[in-house]
Design a binder for this molecule. Structure first.
Ligand code: NAD
Length: 551
């Protein structure tokens, strides 16, 4: 038996595996567990409550060992965080194929999942935890920045200056909210019940200040709002108490959302429970805890609906809090929309989504060079340029230096090919890993989030992520994953991921061209199929073939 220990990916050009594709998978697995990156590395938990990179430490060691010996025509198979086989394939095939947390429909419940997990048969892979392309809070920062920019565009004249946002949850994902709001010029109150979560975000410069009390927080917020000065304020407490309290105080809140770990009722603190007792209580009495957490979420959501009734812009930020509140019997839980139909779907129609990359050299100068390449490739895109500039100034790297920006169909392949050229000509010191979140335009079926309220009602059709994974395998990705559950929980989503390595070779260039065209192409065809006019236009303009539109 092996146990917890600090893990950190090697930097530089010395290989410990048989080639860069394997080395990249190895370093990204290790990078996910870097204490700078992972929320609870000793438990192999990367983010999102219980999202893990490997099932247990023995499995982790076996994957490291296997990746080191893996040949260019071999593929390692991973079943929920455990390596279960090595098969002979070919050089275009992925070096790793991953399936995490998948369960047959009727068995896809938290209860059954936890039973199987306790038997050591599965693990929760979240989206990029079990597929080894989590890059810390920056990964979600860009998506959150895009979302708040879209809110600003739609309702507040293009900026959040002069507005106050209320949210909760400063964990691995939710920790991006304060910086995303201030980057858009606004003021934000962020509630979390864990003092360490608040301190950690302050330390990483994602959060500006910590308030001593609710009154102090409101005082700071209104002062900054009146001066149109961006400010993020951390408030210690339970959101199920503080959000209703703020509503009853008539607090001047313009925008409300939430990113507590509501998708997993055992990770949401019920009211009346001390944070210090939470873990033991959840472990000892899971059914009672779940019931109390759901009742608290119902109170929390009811207050969010109250803010909406009072005129605030309110949206669900992809954590299933509406679904949990409804399970507790609150019948107006779905009175406010999810963020995807409200703001993100028009971007998905263009094949836009979270393109991300990491520098295997470990040298921040490599990311600075790729940033310049992006600015050079897409000079006409002002919000992209603003993001890249602000990210360069404000983003604190966690683990291997990395960057994310949203790119669409016809853009991702150009960026990927440029990076590969930069590796080949020595501009970059080592290969670049190019991947994305599973939260993308054509890679997920999730009726409470990415595919909520599809035009043709196809919200729960899960063929798309499976096709997406198969297309990426067929196109030459370096590793491909199919997961269940992700950010919204067991029974609620299926999603797929791909990572492709730019190692500077002509073969990598060929693979990159296909993967980074076909992967966002899935987003375009998925939205054409669902009847979105914008996706039709994009397909026609950019030459995406859709048989039902031909002939
Ligand atoms: P996390 O577990 O790292 O953090 C959750 C935070 O919520 C913790 O800091 C915890 O202390 C706090 N919390 C729990 N109960 C609370 C309560 N009652 N009051 C105040 N604070 C409370 O999780 P994360 O990675 O930050 O993810 C947050 C949620 O967002 C998850 O449900 C995740 O699935 C979802 N998510 C959304 C997106 C998206 O695209 N919007 C992406 C990924 C994940």
């Amino acid at each position: 038996m092996t146990g917890p220990r600090p893990v950190r990916a090697p930097r530089g050009t010395e290989l410990s595996a048989q080639g860069w594709q394997q080395e990249a998978a190895l370093r990204m697995l290790q990078n996910n567990l870097d204490p700078e990156v992972a929320e609870h590395p000793d438990k192999l938990v990367v983010y999102g409550g219980t999202g893990k990179a490997a099932r247990d430490w023995n499995s982790f060691d076996a994957m490291v060992r296997t990746l080191r010996g893996l040949k260019q025509d071999e593929t390692m198979l991973v079943q929920s965080g455990r390596p279960v086989g090595v098969m002979q394939t070919h050089e275009w095939a992925p070096r790793v194929l991953i399936a995490n947390s998948n369960l047959v429909g009727d068995w896809a419940t938290w209860e059954e999942f936890r039973r199987l997990e306790a038997l050591g048969l599965t693990m929760y892979g979240q989206m990029t935890a079990g597929s080894w392309i989590y890059i810390g809070t920056q990964g979600i920062l860009q998506g959150t920045y895009e979302t708040f920019a879209a809110v600003a565009e739609k309702h507040f004249g293009g900026t959040l200056a002069g507005t106050v946002t209320l949210t909760a949850g400063l964990g691995g994902m939710g920790g991006a909210q304060p910086l995303a709001v201030t980057m858009n010029g606004g003021v934000v109150l962020c509630v979390d019940c864990d003092p360490r979560a608040i301190d950690r975000r302050i330390e990483h410069r994602y959060l500006d200040v910590k308030a001593d009390s609710l009154d102090h927080a409101l005082h700071l917020a209104t002062e900054a709002r009146d001066a149109r000065r961006p400010l993020s304020i951390g408030v210690l407490g339970n959101a199920a108490d503080l959000v209703p309290q703020l509503l009853s105080m008539g607090a001047p809140i313009d925008i409300v959302t939430d990113q507590t770990s509501a998708h997993d009722p055992l990770a949401y603190l019920p009211t009346g429970v001390d944070f210090a007792d939470m873990a033991a209580y959840a472990a000892e009495k899971p059914a009672e805890f779940t019931q109390r957490a759901r009742e608290s979420m119902a109170r929390h959501v009811e207050a969010m609906v109250g803010f909406q009734d009072a005129g605030a812009e309110v949206f669900d930020y992809g954590n299933s809090i509406r679904g949990e509140a409804r399970l507790a019997g609150y019948d107006r839980a779905f009175a406010f929309p999810g963020f995807v139909p409200a703001y993100i779907r028009p971007l998905f129609c263009e094949g836009r989504g979270p393109f991300r990359w990491a520098a295997l050299s470990g040298d921040p100068a490599d990311i600075a060079a790729t940033d310049r390449a992006i600015l050079d490739l897409f000079p006409e895109n002002e919000s992209l340029a603003r993001w890249i500039r602000l990210a360069g100034e404000r983003v604190h790297f966690q683990g291997l230096p990395a960057r994310i920006c949203w790119l669409g169909y016809g853009e991702r392949d150009r960026a990927g090919e440029r990076f590969n050229e930069m590796v080949a000509d020595g501009t970059l010191k080592a290969p670049i890993v190019i991947g994305r979140d599973h939260l993308d335009c054509g890679s997920v079926a999730s009726p409470y989030r990415e595919t909520e309220a599809m035009l043709d009602g196809s919200d729960a059709i899960a063929d798309w992520p499976l096709l997406n994974a198969m297309v990426n395998v067929a196109s030459g990705a370096s590793w491909v994953s199919i997961h269940h559950g992700g950010g919204v929980g067991i029974g609620r989503s299926l999603h797929a991921g791909q990572v492709t390595v730019a190692d500077g070779t002509p073969l990598a260039a060929e693979k990159i061209r296909r993967v980074l065209t076909n992967d966002p192409g899935m987003g375009v065809i998925r939205h054409v199929d669902a009847g979105y006019d914008r996706a039709d236009e994009v397909a026609a303009d950019r030459g995406v073939r859709v048989p039902m539109r031909e002939g």
